[in-house]
Design a protein around this ligand. Sequence first.
Ligand SMILES: NC(=O)c1ccc[n+]([C@@H]2O[C@H](COP(=O)([O-])OP(=O)(O)OC[C@H]3O[C@@H](n4cnc5c(N)ncnc54)[C@H](O)[C@@H]3O)[C@@H](O)[C@H]2O)c1
Length: 307
Amino acid sequence: MLTGKNIAVTGGAGFIGSHIVEALYKQNNVVVIDNLFTGLEDNVKPFKNDVKFENVSITDAKAIESALKGIDIIFHEGANVQIPRSIENPQFDAETNIIGTINVLEAARKNDISTVVFAASSSVYGNPVEIPIKETHRLMPLSPYAAGKRACEDYMRLYNEMYGIKTVCLRYFNVYGPRQRSDSPYSGVISIFSDKLKRGEKLVVYGDGEQSRDFVNVKDVAQANILAAESGKSGIYNVGTGKEISLNDLIKTMEEIIGKKAEIEYTDERPGDIRRSVADITKIKEELGFEPKISLEEGLRELLDKQ
Ligand SMILES: NC(=O)c1ccc[n+]([C@@H]2O[C@H](COP(=O)([O-])OP(=O)(O)OC[C@H]3O[C@@H](n4cnc5c(N)ncnc54)[C@H](O)[C@@H]3O)[C@@H](O)[C@H]2O)c1
């Protein structure tokens, strides 16, 4: 358990960042750094009196350096998270995700910060050639977003090697849970489906629905971050459940929970969509003691208000 630390969470008003804040604010001094690009102040409202909020962009090197003074540990979640936007505007994506990350690392170096835990992504693997995907799987980013995440992993390793900062890259698979936005067609599929089911609207599936994903609950992801910070280790770890589920089976599970059939429209596959994805989580289990605790059914029940 982390206690009595000065902690900064970039992107702390976002979906995953706000869960890291929630898991830590009672025992630590937490600063949220977020320019509210996709994050919402409401996400940190319940803890607003107990955390410090800095409306700062990670692209502003000076402001970041000063916001991170006195910090022991950084959880770096702030990023452009929209892959289509990274294709339309790769400069914007690189400015936020690559330069923003360099700014965070430089601020860590100048402020003698011991640990940076970075939100990396399973998107660095591209279309997997071996399933389940191990950390040693070849990397083949298929978007500027994924290329940027890969570059940032190298910066994390370099800042460990050059300056001794502990850096951990957590390659998240498909994260889902409360506070995930559902307002874009590229949002997490679980947040879109659960909102549509609650409103009685039809679900749109791209392709035949047999594509699979590894859905990991955001509360488990927050725990993986804490374990990474506590470990004193540096390195790269997959964060998933090791369980693969197709979209068709996901929908079936949701139907069982709400007790009725969903209306489904199957439409064309989206270009670039990956067919199968599932993490091998042996490394994070063995080295960090990570164990996903929330089953998909339990997580879906919470989202669908059927606990
Ligand atoms: N959700 C997933 O399944 C998933 C999978 C792999 C990796 N990730 C990574 O996890 C991290 C968190 O993603 P999320 O799903 O919570 O999305 P999110 O959009 O809710 O969180 C990103 C946060 O970063 C903030 N941000 C954006 N630009 C910023 C800037 N210039 N300065 C400061 N803050 C800025 C946003 O306002 C937002 O609060 C991201 O780095 C993302 O790439 C997420």
